[in-house]
Ligand binder design. Structure first.
Ligand SMILES: [Zn+2]
Length: 70
Protein backbone atom coordinates (compact mmCIF):
# COMPACT_ATOMS: atom_id res chain seq x y z
CA UNK A 1 0.00 0.00 0.00
CA UNK A 2 1.53 3.25 -1.15
CA UNK A 3 0.18 6.79 -0.90
CA UNK A 4 -1.60 8.00 -4.05
CA UNK A 5 0.77 9.90 -6.32
CA UNK A 6 -0.47 12.56 -8.72
CA UNK A 7 0.69 11.96 -12.31
CA UNK A 8 -1.16 14.42 -14.51
CA UNK A 9 -4.40 16.30 -15.05
CA UNK A 10 -6.52 15.46 -18.06
CA UNK A 11 -10.09 15.46 -19.32
CA UNK A 12 -12.47 12.53 -19.23
CA UNK A 13 -16.21 11.92 -19.33
CA UNK A 14 -18.65 11.11 -16.54
CA UNK A 15 -19.64 7.41 -16.91
CA UNK A 16 -23.29 8.30 -16.19
CA UNK A 17 -24.08 11.45 -18.21
CA UNK A 18 -21.01 11.46 -20.52
CA UNK A 19 -20.31 15.12 -19.83
CA UNK A 20 -16.67 16.16 -20.09
CA UNK A 21 -15.16 16.51 -16.62
CA UNK A 22 -11.68 17.25 -15.30
CA UNK A 23 -9.80 14.11 -14.31
CA UNK A 24 -6.62 13.34 -12.42
CA UNK A 25 -4.31 10.52 -13.35
CA UNK A 26 -2.85 9.08 -10.16
CA UNK A 27 -0.84 6.04 -9.18
CA UNK A 28 -1.90 3.96 -6.21
CA UNK A 29 -0.78 0.50 -5.09
CA UNK A 30 1.54 0.43 -8.13
CA UNK A 31 -1.38 0.80 -10.58
CA UNK A 32 -2.59 3.85 -12.52
CA UNK A 33 -6.08 5.22 -11.87
CA UNK A 34 -8.14 7.95 -13.46
CA UNK A 35 -10.20 9.78 -10.87
CA UNK A 36 -12.91 12.19 -11.95
CA UNK A 37 -15.76 14.07 -10.38
CA UNK A 38 -19.04 15.07 -12.01
CA UNK A 39 -20.92 17.80 -10.16
CA UNK A 40 -24.13 15.81 -10.66
CA UNK A 41 -23.00 12.21 -10.22
CA UNK A 42 -20.07 12.52 -7.85
CA UNK A 43 -16.62 10.98 -7.95
CA UNK A 44 -15.66 7.89 -9.88
CA UNK A 45 -12.41 6.03 -10.24
CA UNK A 46 -11.22 3.92 -13.13
CA UNK A 47 -8.20 1.65 -13.19
CA UNK A 48 -6.49 2.50 -16.48
CA UNK A 49 -3.16 0.72 -16.17
CA UNK A 50 -2.20 -2.24 -13.95
CA UNK A 51 1.46 -1.27 -13.58
CA UNK A 52 2.74 2.28 -13.02
CA UNK A 53 6.30 1.40 -14.07
CA UNK A 54 5.03 0.13 -17.41
CA UNK A 55 2.95 3.27 -17.79
CA UNK A 56 6.02 5.45 -17.18
CA UNK A 57 8.02 3.34 -19.63
CA UNK A 58 5.35 3.85 -22.30
CA UNK A 59 5.22 7.58 -21.56
CA UNK A 60 8.99 7.87 -21.98
CA UNK A 61 8.49 7.26 -25.71
CA UNK A 62 5.98 10.10 -26.01
CA UNK A 63 8.32 12.87 -24.83
CA UNK A 64 10.68 12.93 -27.86
CA UNK A 65 7.65 13.02 -30.19
CA UNK A 66 6.29 16.04 -28.34
CA UNK A 67 9.66 17.81 -28.54
CA UNK A 68 9.90 17.21 -32.30
CA UNK A 69 6.68 19.13 -32.86
CA UNK A 70 8.01 22.30 -31.19
ZN1 LIG B 1 -22.45 12.97 -14.57
Amino acid sequence: MTAPLFLSRTLSVCPVCLQVVEANLISKDNAVYLTKECHEHGASELKVWPDVEHYRWMNSFAFPLVLLRL
